[in-house]
Structure formats: C-alpha cells, structure tokens
Design a protein around this ligand. Sequence first.
Ligand code: DAH
Length: 341
Amino acid sequence: MKEQLEAIRKSALESVAGTKAASELEALRVKYLGKKGELTGLLKQMGGLSAEMRPIMGQMANEVRASLEDAIETQSAILERRVMEIRLEKEALDVTIPGKKLRIGHKHPMYSVLDEIKDIFIGMGFEILDGPEVELADYNFTKLNTPDDHPAREWSDTFYLTEDSNVLLRTQTSNMQIRAMETRDLPIRVMSPGRVYRKDEVDATHSPMFHQIEGIVVDKGITMGDLKGTLNAVIRKIYGEHTVTRFRPHHFPFTEPSCEMDIQCHKCGGVGCPTCKGEGWIEVLGAGMVHPKVLRTCGIDPEVYSGFAFGMGLERLALGQYKISDMRLIFENDVRFLEQF
Ligand code: DAH
C-alpha cells in the first residue's frame, strides 16, 4: 500500500503541475480526491490492514491528501494569475496614442433667442408653461371660438391624426391659453413656447413645423393699454430701446379686438428695402383682448375679468436677430452654419 500511495502522490503532483486550465485541475481533483477517486479508493482498503499498519498508512494517506490539496491550491492560483496576465495583455491601453477629439457643441441660435425671451417674461412675473403638441381639436380650435366650419380647420391646412378630426398636431400654441385658464388660479400670467405644425411647403420662410411663443394675461381691469405696454417693453428688450412699433387692427377668432404688431424695419428705418419687402415695417406678432366667449368657456366671468393674449413666431425672431436669410438653415443643423453663433 505504501508503494501505491507513493505512486499516487508522484503521478498526481506531476499531473497537477502540468495543468493549463482550471477545468483540467478540477478533473484531476475529482480523479484523485473525489468520492470515487484513486486516493479515496485506497483509503477504503485500509480495513484490510493489520492494527499496527493501519495508523501508519492512515497518517501517510493523510499526508498524501494534504500535499495534493496544497498542490491543487497553488496551481489554481498560478492558473488564475496567468488568465489575468493574458487578459491584461490583451486589454492593454496605449495611453500615448493621441485621443479622438470630442466636438463640443453649443446652443442653437434659436434657443439662445428663446432663452433671452423667457428671461424677459420671467422678469415680468410670467410663468412658463409646457403643453401638448398632439392636441384635441377642442383645445386647438373649438374652445378658441373657432367652430367646425372655420377655414383654419381644413384638412389641407392641418395634420389630423384621426379620421374624425378630433386629434391633431396643434397648428398654434394658442391651445395653451385654454390650458392655462383651465388649470391656473386667477390672476394668470403665462407664456408658453413650443412646436406647431401646418401643411406648408418648405421654402425660405415656411416649414411644416415651426415654433411659436404664446402669452396670456388675465386679471381684473386688464386693458389694451396693458397689452401695448407689455409687448412694447418686450420687443424693445429684444430689438433695442429705440425700436419703433405700431399696432394694426386684425382679426383672430379668439381675441376681440385683435391686432398685429409691427416693428419699423431696422435695416432701412422705414423707407422700404428687401428686408421689409419694401413695406418699411416687419410684422412680429398677433395679439388681442381675450374674447369674452373664450373667457366664459374657461369658466371666467368676462364681466369681472379681462385679459390679453399674443402669439409670435420664434424662427422669425431668430432670423431677424442673427440676420439669417433662410429659415431652412435653422432646421438643417449643419454644423458649418451652427458654428457661426
Ligand atoms: N395663434 C395665432 C396664429 O398662429 C397667433 C395669435 C394671435 C395668438 C392673436 C394670440 C393672439 O394669442 O391673441 O396666427
């Protein structure tokens, strides 16, 4: 038995030292030390030994087991280290190779203008509201005193999402007037910028998607004087202190009276030039006193409260501010264009 133990020790230690993978090592552990392993098998034969030989052989068998376990543990550590070394070598980083240059973007010119305008309104105590671009016809039209047979509701002008014309991509941010009045306590001072959609062909001044900024003020005793004073202050902050403005009568279904606001052409000083198309004036926004019907629809008593509202196109403001000649440049996001701002 002694010879057998020696033989096992020798061959096991040699095999263990020669392993190249953890799976091989595990197979050897099972082969020698497992339940049906060679050493275990030998130990089972100890019963046949004489009483004096048994403890001697027992001790030797334990030594063989211990040295085998030791060897396996040592080899396991060696293999693990080798695996790690190979991985480190494979994943090595050459930190001296020049890196890829990150292009850091910057704010889009239209959003610079928007942020400036938001600041102006926030300074005047307005709350900024966000609203849905997918809207109910009720909010985009009906509650804004724009009934079913109004031309603005034509299929050829509006992106409807359902056959019954009840859901659409909003054609104006004026839906936010209704949403503001329905959700806010009086008095209300809200401005709401966002995207709007119309079936327009793309050209230098049109896009099927563009941005508007809506504003609404409702309180006791609000007059056309408040409308003019507020909008003059805002426009002069944007275009300069000495900007000359005028208000022209106009029609919108949801305001009465309604008007459009023009600024005198900053290019020609009102004489007429290509920038103002020979008019001397450039239209900047639509506005008016909130129609009593619209107030009543939102549960506000027009005998007690009054308000004004306005809507302006954001792209047009950005084009004017940065002297950009074509609206398509705003949406194409060509970095050669954007980098100029
Ligand atoms: N929603 C109008 C448009 O898209 C602009 C507008 C006009 C908004 C008058 C208003 C307003 O709030 O009072 O042409």
